[in-house]
Write a new protein. Structure first.
Length: 228
């Protein structure tokens, strides 16, 4: 990946020609990863959650615009630099897609389940029900889980699959708004509305442009372009 304010910078790549071992040298982020931070500090204040979520968004928007999807977005893959700004890392499961690609594609039978259970989109779990997927929209689902975690300190369910009792209530029994209002009521209706539009079937899921323009994301902030 080319240098971006909110993706970790690759400083050097070194290969030992004798052992054929390869090392990648990344910029140092002294404040650790987001998972550890949230484990120690719990849910964020809404203003801090919005700041970090916007930084994650503009990073994802940047590599999506270059034809790359991450497919493993999670707090473990987000570092905090010396200024406590976001740095997205670990593109080990990333995939490329055609520039400007917007359509869903048929799942291949042998396709792996990208990412971690907590953050993986349902169309990558419920393979018997979901025959199509879209790598960009899979990242969008993961962004929704990340936002929920920033606001509450915990994921909403263990896996986006009918076998998970909480997910089944949220996704399949139409209890999403009730559960969101219960757990993130301090963040108001705008946060609930944003998550309602992300935690939905692939065909109806809000895209990146819709998220960037959403009222909750843009509240009390300078232009997103100035943060890039």
């Amino acid at each position: 990946m080319r240098r971006h304010a909110h993706t970790v910078d690759v400083l050097a790549e070194i290969t030992d020609t004798t052992s054929m071992l390869h090392w990648t040298v990344l910029e140092y982020c002294p404040n650790g990863d987001l998972f550890t931070y949230l484990t120690k500090n719990g849910a964020l204040k809404e203003s801090q959650a919005r700041k970090w979520f916007r930084q994650i968004l503009i990073a994802v928007h940047s590599f999506h615009s270059r034809g790359v999807c991450h497919l493993d977005l999670s707090p473990e893959n987000i570092l905090l630099d010396a200024n406590f700004d976001i740095k997205v890392i670990d593109f080990g499961q990333a995939c490329e897609f055609l520039h400007g690609y917007r359509h869903n594609v048929l799942r291949e039978a042998s396709m792996p389940r990208f990412g971690k259970d907590f953050y993986r989109a349902p169309e990558l779990n419920m393979v018997n029900e979901c025959k199509e997927w879209n790598p960009k929209m899979a990242d969008i689902w993961s962004l929704g889980i990340l936002l929920y975690v920033l606001l509450t300190g915990n994921p909403p369910f263990s896996i986006a699959d009918r076998k998970d009792r909480v997910f089944n209530r949220i996704y399949c029994e139409g209890k999403l708004r009730i559960i969101l209002q219960k757990h993130i009521q301090s963040s108001g209706d705008d946060a609930v509305d944003l998550l309602m539009k992300i935690f939905c079937p692939l065909a109806n899921r809000l895209d990146m442009d819709g998220i960037l323009e959403h009222t909750w994301v843009r509240a009390s902030c300078r232009s997103l372009n100035n943060e890039n």
